[in-house]
Ligand binder design. Structure first.
Ligand code: PDD
Length: 287
C-alpha cells in the first residue's frame, strides 16, 4: 500500500517527500512536533495536542503554518490516505529554510510543515501491554525547557537506544536530586508502596503529557489516592506497580526497573484498568 506525506501544502508519496537542506529543523533542530494517537481511525485527545502545539510554537516564536481547522482536516486526510485505524499521526513544524545562522533569519522565512501517519499493529501492542515492559534509568542530561515539544531529541534517542540494548522498552531520566523526571518518550507513574498513585508534577522540567492529563481525568472511575509528586528509582523498585503514558504507549504497564521486578513482575490492576478506560474513552469520543 502506498504511503502519503503532507509537505508544505500538498500530499506527496512518502518515498518522494523531501525538505530543503537548509531547513532550520535539519540544521539546528529549530522546530517542534506533535503526535496524536489514532484509535479506530479517530484522532485521540485532539484538543490537548492542538493546545500544546500552539504553545510550543509560541514559546519558540515560530509562526503557525496553518489555521487550526484546515490543519485538523489535513491530519484527518493523512489518516484516511494512509488507511490508519490504529497508529499515530506525526506533525512537525520548523522555522523554515534560510542560510545557516544561529540567530533567527531576518526576514523570517515561512515555517515548514510535514505530516505523516503510520499504522501500529494493534495485536502486537495489546500483547506488549498484557506482558508489560521494563525500564532502565539514566542520568537526566536534557536542556531546561523540556516543556516545549522540540524536535531536538538526541538525549531521548540515546536513552531509548540504551534501553533497547538492555532489553528494556523505555528509559526514565533521573535528575540531580535523584528523582525521576519522565521517560524518553512518555510520562512515568507508580502506585507506591502505600498504594498512592504518583506522577511528577508539571512545574518540573518535563513535558506536560496530554495522555497524562487525560488519565488524571479518568481517576474518578478508579478508587485511588493521587499525589502529583516525583519519586526515586528506589521508590519505583518498591512500588506495587508502575506504568507510562504517551501518545505512542497510551497506558503501558511497567513490570521491572533496572533489572528488578516491580510488584509481582506482572502488569498491575491500576495500570490495566487505566489502559482499558483510556482506550474505551478514545473509542467513544466523537473525534
Ligand atoms: N512522546 N514525555 C516525553 C519526553 C515525550 O516525548 C512524550 C510523548 C510524553 C508523553 O506526552 P503525550 O502524552 O502528550 O504523548 C512525555 C511522543 C509520543 C513521541 O515523541 O513520539
Amino acid at each position: 500500500m502506498s504511503r502519503w506525506a503532507y509537505v508544505n501544502g500538498r500530499f506527496v508519496r512518502h518515498g518522494d517527500a523531501a525538505v530543503h537542506i537548509e531547513d532550520r529543523g535539519y540544521q539546528l533542530s529549530d522546530g517542534i512536533y506533535e503526535v496524536w494517537a489514532v484509535v479506530d481511525g479517530r484522532l485521540i485527545d485532539v484538543e490537548g495536542h492542538f493546545e500544546r502545539l500552539q504553545r510550543s510554537l509560541s514559546e519558540l516564536r515560530i509562526t503557525p503554518p496553518m489555521a487550526r481547522r484546515p490543519l485538523e482536516l489535513v491530519l484527518r486526510e493523512a489518516i484516511r490516505r494512509n488507511r490508519v485505524t490504529y497508529g499515530l499521526v506525526y506533525l512537525q513544524v520548523t522555522r523554515g529554510v534560510a542560510p545557516r545562522d544561529h540567530a533567527f533569519p531576518d526576514p523570517m522565512p515561512a515555517p515548514a510543515i510535514v505530516i505523516t501517519a503510520k499504522s501500529i499493529n494493534r495485536t502486537a501492542a495489546d500483547a506488549r501491554a498484557a506482558k508489560g515492559i521494563t525500564v532502565i534509568t539514566m542520568p537526566e542530561i536534557r536542556w531546561g525547557r523540556c516543556d516545549i515539544k522540540t524536535i531536538g531529541l538526541l538525549p531521548n534517542s540515546l536513552a531509548k537506544q540504551a534501553a533497547r540494548e538492555q532489553g528494556a522498552g523505555e528509559a526514565w531520566f533521573v535528575d540531580d536530586d535523584g528523582l525521576i523526571t519522565e521517560g524518553a518518550s512518555s510520562n512515568a507513574w507508580i502506585v507506591d508502596a502505600e498504594g498512592v498513585l504518583r506522577t511528577r508534577d508539571t512545574t518540573a522540567n518535563i513535558l506536560r503529557g496530554v495522555t497524562r492529563k487525560s488519565v488524571l481525568g479518568l481517576l474518578g472511575e478508579v478508587n485511588i489516592r493521587l499525589d502529583e509528586r516525583a519519586f526515586t528509582p528506589e521508590e519505583a523498585k518498591n512500588a506495587r506497580e508502575a506504568f507510562i503514558t504517551g501518545a505512542g504507549a497510551l497506558v503501558m504497564p511497567v513490570v521491572g526497573i533496572d533489572g528488578s521486578p516491580i510488584g509481582d513482575g506482572r502488569p498491575g490492576p491500576v495500570a490495566q484498568r487505566l489502559r482499558a478506560l483510556y482506550i474505551r474513552n478514545a473509542q467513544t469520543s466523537n473525534s
